[in-house]
Design a protein around this ligand. Structure first.
Ligand code: AHR
Length: 514
């Protein structure tokens, strides 16, 4: 058995979690919208066609903000196609996913869905095939009260009150050749700056996120951030990051080490953003929006998994079935995000339903939770508050993580990976939440944790997520094969917390103030 020691103090704080750290993403992609959140005729659908079984699971999952409508899709999207009388909306070819987009669901339907789901909308604008003009018109359509062409059009469409969308993404993955009209960093920086200026002139209260690199392994990473932030520093509040973890090589230890590369990615983007600020002697700090993150690899490389020929509407693509080990890597990513709460002010798991998602549905049938559902629900429910700078003494291992870019073979060394990865969050009510990943595949970890300055703590909740078979999945017919169970044997005495974590397990301990 391994041993780990952890020390923390309620006053040693990394940062306060922003509610937007627990976001998700709905793209017009596969069955995320159609057959996912929206399925008129489904037996649970409400009068607007929103699936209530999905809404119930969304509420349990606990996302706070929802990015929409893409993703790659947004770079060819004419937002005007998705508003107005449904029977007059055009069907279009979508060149991101080679499907037919019926446009029966659009901006206003999304805003209505967000209200029912209790989430804040996050809108992305098309800076691929379109630009600042379409973007500023969309802000006017969504946010201007009335008395102008676009705002009155919204009212004529039946939405009298403005939607008041605060958070806007300036395009999507504009560094990627797969994107419609991708750009050099300088070209994108100029377009993003001009779009941002006009959008904010329409509504000065909005917040804007410029596109960072679509992955750390992009050849332009670093230079891209530097150039884009130079262009947008005075006009945007956030720079975005995207990461999809993989286990292509079936090397579970390396897969579970990969979230530590996310930590490195975040630190690097912070360093670049702050170097741009330093050159200007500016006290402004660009914050980070990690607006796509998840595990994704099984349905990524082969065209047949991404494209169904014949331009179908809402085909089942990117329907990754998540395993127990995926939930562990995913949990590690949750910990990485929490531990950067000082700079990551928003993050979106990609995506919400069916498409690389925590929630799966059968069109016309039931909905269920994938394995990755649980770590997300845990951190959203129990991970709000002040993230503490915990000192972790744990044995480590060395690893090499394979992260290919296109056809280029790329492997990144990850050294000194602590078997225990942990985040600690002090809640408003005086309690403490611990999120703990045991990355050792065969040994338990005996943990002794000292929590200073907390007063008396008592175990409120202790859960573990594990399975003897790391390849176990939840399916329609075995929807609860992988699910959390009580974590036995957690004790608290004075400020000392003791627990034993099973090999390859995700654990949550919530201590309430006594
Ligand atoms: O989330 C799936 C896709 O991954 C998104 O459309 C794109 O932005 C990213 O490459």
């Amino acid at each position: 058995m391994r041993k780990a020691k952890v020390l923390m103090d309620r006053d040693f704080v990394i940062g306060q979690t922003d509610p937007r750290l627990f976001g998700a993403f709905v793209e017009h992609l596969g069955r995320c919208v159609y057959g996912g959140i929206y399925e008129p005729g489904h037996k649970t659908a409400d009068e607007k066609g929103f699936r209530k079984d999905v809404l119930d699971l969304v509420k349990e999952l606990g996302p706070t903000i929802m990015r929409y409508p893409g993703g790659n899709f947004v770079s060819g999207y004419n937002w005007e196609d998705g508003v107005g009388p449904v029977d007059q909306r055009p069907a279009r070819l979508d060149l991101a996913w080679f499907t037919t987009e019926p446009n029966t669901f659009g901006t206003n339907e999304f805003m209505d869905w967000c209200k029912v789901a209790g989430v804040e909308p996050m809108m992305a604008v098309n800076l691929g095939t379109r630009g600042g003009d379409a973007a500023r018109n969309l802000v006017e359509y969504c946010n201007h009260p009335g008395g102008t062409y676009w705002s009155d059009l919204r009212r004529a469409h039946g939405w009298e009150k403005p939607h008041g969308v605060k958070f806007w993404c300036l395009g999507n993955e504009m560094d990627g050749p797969w994107q419609m009209e991708y750009k050099t960093a300088a070209a994108y920086g100029a377009v993003a700056r001009e779009a941002a200026k006009m959008m904010r002139w329409v509504d000065p209260t909005i917040e804007l996120a410029a596109c960072g690199s679509s992955a750390r392994n992009m050849p332009t990473f670093g230079h891209w951030e530097d150039t884009v932030i130079e262009h947008t520093f005075d006009h945007a509040e956030y720079i975005s990051l995207h990461t999809y973890l993989n286990n292509y090589k079936q090397d579970t230890a390396a897969f579970l080490a990969a979230p530590d590369l996310m930590d490195r990615f975040i630190d690097e983007v912070v360093a670049i953003a702050d170097s741009v600020a330093a050159k200007r002697r500016s006290t402004k700090r660009m914050m980070l929006s990690f607006d796509e993150w998840n595990v994704w690899y099984r349905t990524r490389r082969k065209r047949a998994d991404r494209v169904k020929e014949g331009w179908p509407v809402a085909p089942p693509i990117l329907e990754e079935i998540y395993t127990m080990e995926d939930a562990l890597a995913f949990g590690g990513a949750c910990i990485s995000l929490l531990n950067h709460a000082d700079r990551i002010k928003s993050a979106c798991i990609a995506q919400l339903v069916n498409v690389i998602a925590p929630i799966m549905t059968e069109t016309g049938g039931p909905a269920w939770r994938q394995t990755i559902f649980f770590p997300f629900a845990h951190v959203s429910r129990l991970g709000r508050g002040k993230v503490l700078r915990a000192q972790v003494e744990s044995e480590t291992y060395d690893s090499a993580y394979y992260d290919p870019r296109g056809t280029d073979e790329q492997t990144f060394p990850v050294s000194n990976v602590p078997y225990l990865k942990l985040a600690a969050v002090a809640g408003e009510s005086g309690g403490l939440s611990l999120f703990l990943l045991n990355r050792d595949l065969s040994q338990e970890i005996d943990i002794s944790l000292e929590a200073r300055s907390f007063g008396r703590l008592a175990v409120g909740e202790a859960l573990e997520l594990r399975h003897d078979d790391l390849q176990a999945t939840n399916t329609k017919d075995a929807a609860e094969r992988v699910k959390p169970a009580p974590l036995q044997g957690v004790s608290v005495e004075g400020g000392q917390i003791r627990a034993r974590l099973k090999p390859a397990s995700w654990n949550v301990i919530h201590l309430s103030a006594n």
